[in-house]
Design a protein around this ligand. Structure first.
Ligand code: AHM
Ligand code: MG
Length: 348
């Protein structure tokens, strides 16, 4: 029989990779996993518990919140509050950052950014949804954390992960030394190591994008989509289109099978839709650690400056060669658009 390794055992084992670690990060990951199990339990019985539907409140982006979004937000915040290892939280569901100023937490080393329940349009319809988290070391030394403590580039992330509540529930995370995936075994209530050292194929045959927005896409993206749809036996095209509307589900599938996920800027949303701090950066960190790539079409996501909590960014993420190809289209057709605009050829 194969030996089962729980997330808790794995985290403790991995602590040895960090010689000066005192266990704070391990405990923080444990706290997030506890909240994930509670949220998972609620999601699984959502249809029964009349918990589906709008909660009647609206979040900072002006989107109506679902009851489960609110519930998940509360659970993650409560777990981080009582765990004592996090001094500040930024959540998609809260306009402002949340200071945890209890005696034990206020001098804690870490700040956490979280999207408690991503893919909210899928909550009511039993399609995979997820939680995304990102952990930073605070930049201030002690006392009440400020917003600057989290406005750090993605390259400064200490750890990042996601939980996918799908046909099974998985927690996937990185601390910068590869990516590991754990599947929740409901019979023992533990996340068990099921996908050690996850790596994404360098190329794939899946592209994931909301093609309903095609008319609003930049020229480079339009041309790249056409490229995906052309026939070419050598590159296994036409590719397959797969898009659920849940970033976690789409990225998880592409991570396992190989593929690209794109949420570009559009004429309607010139900064893109997805949020840099708690959606793009953690996913980019995980993807890079798995051997993939993430950019905003030109610049590496993890190198982007972060100047506000709910900042948005376009994202091109997934298999390295596919992202590079899409970037090439962005480069070429951006230049073409400029040339048309200027009325002369550029030297670059
Ligand atoms: P949310 O945080 O409100 O759930 O929005 C994020 C989600 C992503 O999971 C998904 O990739 C994207 O929004 C889908 O957006 P669209 O419906 O515009 O394709
Ligand atoms: Mg989200």
């Amino acid at each position: 029989m194969n030996e089962i390794k729980t997330l808790g055992q794995f985290i403790i084992e991995k602590q040895k990779d960090f010689p000066y670690a005192k266990g704070e990060l391990s405990r923080l990951l444990r706290d997030l996993a506890i909240a994930a199990k509670i949220v998972n339990r609620e999601i699984n019985k959502a249809g029964l518990a009349s918990i589906l539907g709008d909660s009647g409140t609206v979040n900072v982006q002006g989107e109506s919140q679902k009851k489960l979004d609110v519930y998940a937000n509360e659970q993650f915040i409560a777990a981080l509050r009582s765990g004592g290892e996090c001094c500040m939280i930024v959540s998609e569901e809260n306009d402002e950052h949340i200071n945890i100023d209890s005696e034990i937490s206020k001098n804690a080393k870490y700040v956490v950014a979280i999207d408690p329940l991503d893919g909210s349009s899928n909550i009511d319809v039993n399609v995979g949804i997820g939680t995304i988290f990102s952990i930073y070391r605070r930049t201030s030394v002690s006392g009440a954390a400020t917003v600057e403590d989290i406005l750090q580039k993605g390259t400064s992330q200490v750890a990042a992960g996601y939980i996918i509540y799908g046909s099974s529930t998985m927690l996937v995370y990185t601390t910068g030394k590869g990516v590991n995936g754990f599947t929740l075994d409901p019979s023992i209530g533990e996340f068990c190591l099921s996908h050690p050292n996850l790596t994404i194929p360098e190329s794939g045959t899946i592209y994931s994008i909301n093609e309903g927005n095609y008319i609003h896409f930049p020229q480079g993206v339009k041309k790249y989509i056409k490229y995906c749809q052309e026939e070419d036996k050598n590159t296994f095209r036409p590719y397959t289109s797969r898009y659920t509307g849940s970033m976690v589900a789409d990225l998880h599938r592409n991570l396992i099978k190989g593929g690209i996920f794109i949420y570009p800027y559009t004429s309607a949303s010139p900064k893109g839709k997805l949020r840099l701090v708690y959606e793009c950066n953690p996913m980019a960190f995980i993807m890079e650690q798995a051997g993939g790539k993430a950019s905003d079409g030109t610049t590496r996501i993890l190198d982007l400056d972060v100047y506000e909590l709910h900042q948005r960014s376009p994202i091109f993420i997934g298999s390295r060669l596919m992202v590079e190809k899409a970037e090439e289209f962005m480069r070429v057709f951006h230049r073409e658009a400029l040339e048309v605009l200027n009325g002369f050829a550029l030297d670059v």
